[in-house]
Design a protein around this ligand. Structure first.
Ligand SMILES: NC(=O)c1ccc[n+]([C@@H]2O[C@H](COP(=O)([O-])OP(=O)(O)OC[C@H]3O[C@@H](n4cnc5c(N)ncnc54)[C@H](O)[C@@H]3O)[C@@H](O)[C@H]2O)c1
Length: 311
């Protein structure tokens, strides 16, 4: 396995700042790159806020909110951030030509042994590996938002990813306290987003058919399915319930489920009209800056509570 002591994160947005924060908290030498000093300064402020929240919950030392952001080396010069790195995590916007360009640059600037990982939610590792001369050292390491509060990271290999790269990435995420998961064959959406897409498609379909309101559908997931899913996986739950019951249930229900292969109409229409959710103030629900911050905080606080009792 490759010895990793220096980590670089490319893109300091919603995901990138949290990824850099975790590696720095775990004692790694971390570099962070984005396009402007303003974005990098905001990323450091976000790290301090996240760590302050964790400290108030008693999960980390209070001093980290001050020390960690200062330990992360930031620069708008890509080369400065990646030239010494052993492991690079790309977290720029979800745009394939952009990511391929970044991977080409990383291949040119990084040392020969450096592993190049992408946090992409949708693009296959092979489509990024092809932009480099080191396909054996390319893979996806997919986080869930907020990265510093959700333990799972999907480690996704493509056919050409070496065992050394795959094992190094797995061990690295274990070392910083994440719960890495091996995805042995690349597949669109990996595991998490495939499951999420199936669930969300059915949620929109239930609203469209007038079976229940968005609020009530969300309530069934929050107070029903979701309560169980944070403590036992769906396949485990099926075993507990009895596979005979699941078999009967599925043979009745599956023919009636939505099997559309394009985004639900309401979702597509909202996007066409510029209703993107909290970003624009309107999505399935209406949002104010206060209600979106309240929701962000509610999710963070609940995830912290789960982290406390599952630690
Ligand atoms: N948002 C989520 O819930 C989520 C979850 C898992 C994975 N992801 C993935 O993480 C990646 C980043 O998503 P995000 O939500 O943090 O997006 P974001 O828009 O918050 O951040 C993207 C950052 O990339 C920067 N950027 C754009 N081009 C760049 C370049 N050439 N060089 C350096 N920086 C550049 C932008 O300035 C921005 O700060 C995407 O691939 C996304 O699919 C997102």
């Amino acid at each position: 396995m490759i010895d990793v002591s220096k980590v670089a994160v490319i893109g300091a947005g919603l995901l990138g700042h949290g990824i850099a924060q975790e590696f720095a908290t775990a004692g790694f030498d971390v570099g962070l790159h984005d396009l402007s000093e303003e974005i990098l300064a905001q990323a450091k402020a976000n790290m301090a806020r996240n760590l302050q929240t964790l400290a108030e919950a008693g999960l980390v030392d209070g001093g980290l909110a001050e020390s960690v952001p200062g330990q992360v080396r930031t620069s708008t010069d890509l080369e400065e951030v990646v030239r010494d790195a052993d492991f690079v995590i790309e977290a720029v916007s979800e745009d394939l030509p952009l990511k391929q360009r970044v991977f080409g640059e990383l291949d040119r600037l990084c040392r020969r042994h450096t592993i190049l990982a992408s946090n992409s939610s949708t693009f296959m590792p092979s489509s990024l590996a092809s932009a480099t001369g080191r396909p054996d050292k390319v893979l996806v390491t997919h986080y869930f938002n907020p990265p510093y509060l959700v333990p799972a990271v999907e480690i996704v290999r493509h056919e050409g990813t070496s065992d050394e790269t795959f094992d190094t990435a797995f061990a690295l995420f274990q070392q910083i306290g994440k719960r890495p998961v091996r995805v042995q064959k690349e597949a669109l959406g990996f595991i998490g987003n495939r499951l999420q897409a199936a669930l969300v498609r059915e949620c929109f379909s239930l609203v469209e058919k007038g079976i229940a309101s968005a609020e009530d559908i969300d309530a069934v997931v929050r107070y029903g399915l979701g309560r169980r899913l944070s403590v036992a996986g769906p396949l485990e739950i099926a075993d507990v319930a009895g596979l005979d019951i699941y078999s009967t249930l599925m043979s009745h229900i599956l023919p009636d489920l939505d099997a559309a292969t394009s985004p639900p109409q309401a979702l597509a229409e909202n996007v066409r009209e510029g209703n993107l959710g909290v970003k624009t103030g309107q999505g399935t629900y209406s949002w104010t800056p206060e209600s979106s911050e309240e929701t962000r905080q509610r999710i963070a606080n609940a995830l912290i509570e789960i982290q406390k009792w599952s630690a």
